[in-house]
Design a protein around this ligand. Structure first.
Ligand SMILES: [Zn+2]
Length: 394
């Protein structure tokens, strides 16, 4: 007798090469079996999902979920779990000076499974050029203390999976501190043996410089932005240095965000065969009422750009799970994995999709989460956030 049977669904589990009609059985919070439909088996509870997609609990590779401390922060459970995302990677909202609070008040408290990149700057994302004081996190490199990074990583290795830096001129004293900040982040990542994750839009450094400091397994986020220090030239052709970096194993993250996803750049790069390893929202305070809303809306944009659904699911399940080094338990429906499961309805119609440059295209399909389970327990869902103007300039 199983605890739960999710029946009548189309299962897509790229990690297990499953793409077809199956029932998913759950016991003791784990996936117990993938069964032929209508198998005669007993379960305490059966949920008929009527032709919808059953996929591993979605993983949003790029979010900011430290509300009340970072001005970017939002609550993980309503913005992620209640929208079909069972695990997230917080993208360096906290640095070493405030990480204990992030652990205590977020990671250890919320229902969403939260992993973290540690920001190279100890204060993390508590201020920006648009706050008072208007200071980016690289305004004083004394905050980038490699020894403190090492201390904090060593006591939080179960949740910290990489080191983050934002290379953007106005976060680094008009670019003056960018090159040295990047070196400190490189040093810190090497010292703790974790990947380096770099954000580069509007950096004063060249993309060639940034990529030359990155190794196999490191991640460049905001890979489809249309600003300075991107992967393409003026004709939207992949730059030679970018091709070389991809060939040697640098990974790409979408990180849609408020200013970092451009339909034109994304379309051009997809046409040139440049596929992102991770499809992520970069959801935060300034974009969750548009244009980001939630992870599934970013997934809708890739369906709109012609990516097949199983490839979209791969980039929101097993590929991020591998980066987190949790691929036996997360991002898959293999027997024994956590029963983190998302059921998605693929709806047809006309759905406006807005990129970060403010351009609207009309999507023909849209994914809507209809059931979410965390360790086999159902989770309450919330509707897509309503569209509202941006609260302030960051
Ligand atoms: Zn971000």
């Amino acid at each position: 007798m199983y605890d739960l049977l999710i029946s009548n669904g189309h299962v897509i589990d790229p990690a297990g090469n499953v793409d077809g009609w199956f029932d998913v059985a759950v016991s003791h919070g784990r996936v117990a079996a993938i069964l032929e439909p209508q198998s005669q088996c007993e379960a305490r509870q059966t949920i008929d999902v009527q032709g919808q997609y059953i996929v591993p609990g979605l993983i949003d590779f790029h979010v900011h979920v430290f509300p009340g401390v970072s001005h970017f922060g939002i609550d993980a459970d309503p913005s992620c779990l209640a929208r079909g995302v069972t695990s997230v990677l917080d993208f360096g909202t906290a640095g070493g000076l405030i990480f204990d609070g992030f652990r205590q008040f977020v990671i250890d408290k919320v229902q969403t499974r939260v992993f973290a990149l540690l920001h190279i700057a100890g204060q993390g994302l508590i201020s920006s050029p648009g706050t008072l004081p208007g200071l980016g996190e690289l305004h004083d490199l004394r905050y980038c203390n490699v020894e403190n990074v090492e201390r904090v990583v060593d006591t939080n290795r179960d949740v910290i999976v990489g080191i983050k830096i934002r290379c953007t001129a106005n976060l680094a004293e008009n670019g003056r501190n960018e090159a040295e900040g990047l070196e400190l982040a490189r040093q810190a990542a090497d010292r703790v043996g974790l990947p380096l994750v770099v954000h580069s839009p509007d950096s004063s450094l060249s993309i060639e410089h940034v990529l030359s400091r990155m190794k196999a397994g490191d991640v460049l986020t905001h890979c489809f932005h249309g600003k300075a220090c991107g992967l393409v030239d003026a004709e939207l052709k992949l730059l030679p240095a970018a091709k070389e970096a991809l060939d040697r194993g640098v990974l790409l993250d979408v990180g849609h965000g408020f200013g970092s996803f451009d339909f034109g750049v994304a379309r051009a790069l997809l046409e040139q065969g440049v596929l992102p390893h991770f499809i992520s929202s970069d959801i935060h305070y300034y974009n969750w009422h548009g244009p980001v809303f939630d992870l599934v809306t970013t997934m809708d944009k890739f369906l709109h750009l012609g990516m097949e659904l199983p490839e979209v699911i791969r980039r929101t399940t097993i590929l991020p799970a591998r980066f987190l080094k949790r691929e036996t338990e997360l991002g898959t429906l293999r027997v024994g994995a956590f029963a983190d499961i998302t059921v998605l309805d693929l709806q047809s119609g006309e759905f406006p999709l807005i990129d970060a440059a403010g351009r609207t295209e009309l999507g023909k399909v849209r994914l809507e989460p209809t059931h979410v389970f965390r360790s086999g327990r159902p989770v309450g869902l919330l509707p897509r956030p309503e569209s509202r103007p941006q609260p302030m300039t960051i």
